[in-house]
Design a protein around this ligand. Structure first.
Ligand code: MG
Ligand code: MG
Length: 641
């Protein structure tokens, strides 16, 4: 049983169309996520093996109220005898609703070529429908589809409901349909809340395509797209509407992914949205505010002892000092400028199981935040998986939440990070060979690879937990397909994360996932204020950068008017170059470590970019180095005619 809605929290609901699986699986996932209610999609009911009353009983047993049956199509505006037939159809839906145990039918505006226009005609039809519904104690709600034949704007749907003037006839608002046509949202505020029977929420990326295709395939949870869903919710809040916010998401990825994870994301999006709207309206927020990320305090690598030795040599050559060893564990701390890298070669505990499962890789990021307790409370409120010390045996016992690919995101007090280092690590004595610093100052960005299905989930997770914001996405060409790149930047601190996802199996981004059993950190970029000096010192330390072919530099000469001396320095250092409206961007890559991850050194001269234009060159060079992709031995070959 799910708990009743907490005082002051708006009831939450989701349409079954939003999830994968059969109806029983969907209901279980929805209840497990913690929703209060569910909208039953007609097709789910049709394809369900049992009776409608079994669905009603299953929902009740799971503690779910059925907010509505949906949709009922092409009802209003029909001439006789179609009009009488439509009413008879409605009567059969009312039978179903009574078996299900719901009192609300969602009627969407007609797209029938047989329908006639006219608000009065529609209002009259709804009056008749309202009478039929009221006889059984049921209600009908009218929703304007953005592609409706005559009614395609919520303002017209409201006018039909107003003119019908029937207590069993109300309005259904859908943020997608309202925002898709850029309808103004302020007129919502004038609608009496009790005349709104249901509010559906969906976000979507701004795409240039027909409304129907956009709506049926690309909707996403609030906070994952670009529509003004928070402004829509603020307008609805102003009406006094007290019913549920119900997610109605048609999305190909959601319908392919696990229903439990999708349902959890859905609830997270509603809680975050409610919290944001309350803040905007000056009401009491639900949760502590989103946490600013002051910096990435450390990156922890889980490796076996042999790889640990190699990684230590690489860190040393990259100019890091081995400054500390954990008091009790095989965990070492490497430092340069404000960068801390941790090598964990423990033979048990979290990092070890991560290394066994995923191979060498980043098992944790330490994020410095101003208020650890508040960040953890918000994470818990958003249903993140939380670990309070010392629940998880890790190298450094700190509060943490689950991160990408089974890694951990630790939270550290931004003002007191040194206390953690001093508490858990003893300084390494002076006999250690001095580091050969190469001028790396701080972490510029951390890049994580994930499946396409996971990307929306992590965009929501990061942007609902932290003040980090999305920048425009970029498509990067990999030798084996397209990679979608989503940069996130915290404007106050310039902490940057880059999420990379691909649907093409053989792209390097996908190979980091498929060959290493899961998503995770693909590269860490360090900042320098003089990239040529840093590269020269790295080379003196024995680290060769990833070789960039001469064709790249010839192309660069053609694209930018760079002076001969700069061109020579770029070539000599294998340094890549990009320029945007903000300024210049220089970067250089390491070779790939253990086929798993690599490092980048960047110098920003005004640019806030990531050198996306150069990514194909880097990817091609790394692919040459790692070798061509071969299908795993047990994979079925692609059969072609
Ligand atoms: Mg809808
Ligand atoms: Mg990068």
């Amino acid at each position: 049983m799910t708990a009743p809605a907490a005082a002051g929290r708006r009831p939450t609901s989701i349409a079954t169309v939003s999830l994968s699986g059969d109806l029983a699986q969907k209901l279980e996932a929805i209840a497990a996520a913690g929703f209060d209610a569910v909208e039953i999609f007609d097709t789910d009911l049709l394809t369900f093996g049992g009776q409608a009353r079994d669905v009603g009983r299953a929902a009740a047993a799971l503690g779910l109220r059925i907010a509505a049956l949906q949709p009922f199509r092409d009802y209003e505006g029909l001439p006789e005898p179609d009009r009488a037939r439509a009413l008879a159809r409605a009567s059969r839906k009312f039978d179903l609703m009574q078996e299900l145990g719901t009192d609300l039918l969602l009627v969407c505006s007609s797209v029938s070529p047989a329908a006639l226009g006219g608000l009065d005609r529609a209002a009259e039809d709804f009056c008749r429908l309202g009478d039929l519904a009221a006889e059984r104690g049921l209600r009908v709600g009218y929703e304007a589809l953005a592609w409706g034949r005559y009614v395609n704007d919520y303002r017209d749907a409201w006018e039909v409901v107003r003119r019908a003037g029937h207590p069993a006839v109300g309005l259904i608002l859908d943020s997608f349909h309202a925002a898709a046509r850029n309808s103004p949202l302020d007129p919502i505020r004038a609608i009496p809340g009790e005349r709104i029977f249901l509010v559906q929420l969906a976000d979507a990326p701004r795409l240039q395509m027909d409304l129907l295709t956009w709506s049926r395939h690309f909707r996403c949870f609030p906070g994952q797209g670009e529509l003004p869903v928070t402004a829509f919710v603020e307008a609805v809040d102003a009406t006094g509407y007290s019913g549920p916010f119900s997610l109605e998401i048609f999305n190909d990825q959601f319908r392919a992914g696990p229903p439990e994870a999708t349902a959890r994301d859905g609830l997270r999006s509603l809680i975050h949205l409610d919290d944001q709207a309350r803040r905007a309206e000056g009401r009491a927020p639900l949760l502590p505010a989103r946490a600013p990320i002051a910096r990435v305090e450390f990156v922890e690598f889980a490796v076996d002892a042999e790889a640990g030795g190699e990684l230590s040599r690489l860190f040393s050559a990259l100019g890091f000092d081995h400054v500390g060893d954990h008091h009790e564990k095989a965990v070492s701390r490497w430092r340069q400028g404000a960068i801390n890298l941790v090598i964990n070669t423990e033979s048990d505990g979290f990092a070890h199981s991560h290394a066994i499962l995923h191979g060498s890789g980043v098992c944790a990021l330490g994020l410095a935040v101003p208020d650890v307790d508040a960040a953890m409370a918000r994470a818990a409120g958003l249903r993140a998986t939380t670990f309070h010390q010392p629940a998880e045996p890790a190298g450094i016992p700190l509060p943490a939440i689950r991160g990408v690919g089974g890694s951990l995101l630790y939270f550290l007090d931004a003002e007191r990070c040194d206390e953690v280092w001093d508490r858990d690590f003893r300084p390494v004595d002076a006999a250690t060979p001095p580091g050969r610093a190469v001028g790396l100052t701080h972490i510029d960005h951390v890049s994580q690879s994930m499946s396409y299905e996971e990307m929306l989930s992590w965009i929501l997770a990061y942007t609902s937990l932290f003040t980090i914001q999305r920048l425009p996405q970029a498509n990067v060409v990999d030798p084996a397909g397209l990679v979608l790149s989503q940069p996130l930047v915290d404007p106050a601190s310039d902490v940057r994360l880059v999420l990379n996802a691909t649907q093409a199996q053989r792209t390097l981004s996908a190979r980091f996932i498929s060959e290493h059993l899961g998503s995770g950190v693909q590269h860490v970029a360090f900042a320098t204020s003089d990239i040529f000096a840093s590269v020269a010192r790295m080379e003196a330390n024995g680290v060769k950068p990833l070789a960039i072919p001469d064709t790249y530099y010839r192309d660069l000469e053609a694209r930018f008017d760079l002076d001969a001396e700069l061109m020579a320095r770029l070539r000599r250092g294998n340094v890549l170059y990009d320029r945007d409206e903000g300024g210049e961007f220089f970067h250089v890559y390491s070779h790939v470590f253990d086929r798993r991850f690599f490092f980048e050194v960047v110098q920003r001269a005004g640019s806030q970019g990531f050198g996306a234009a150069n990514a194909p060159v880097r990817l091609a060079a790394q692919t040459r180095e790692i070798g061509p992709y071969t299908l795993p031995r047990d994979a079925a070959p692609h059969l072609r005619l």
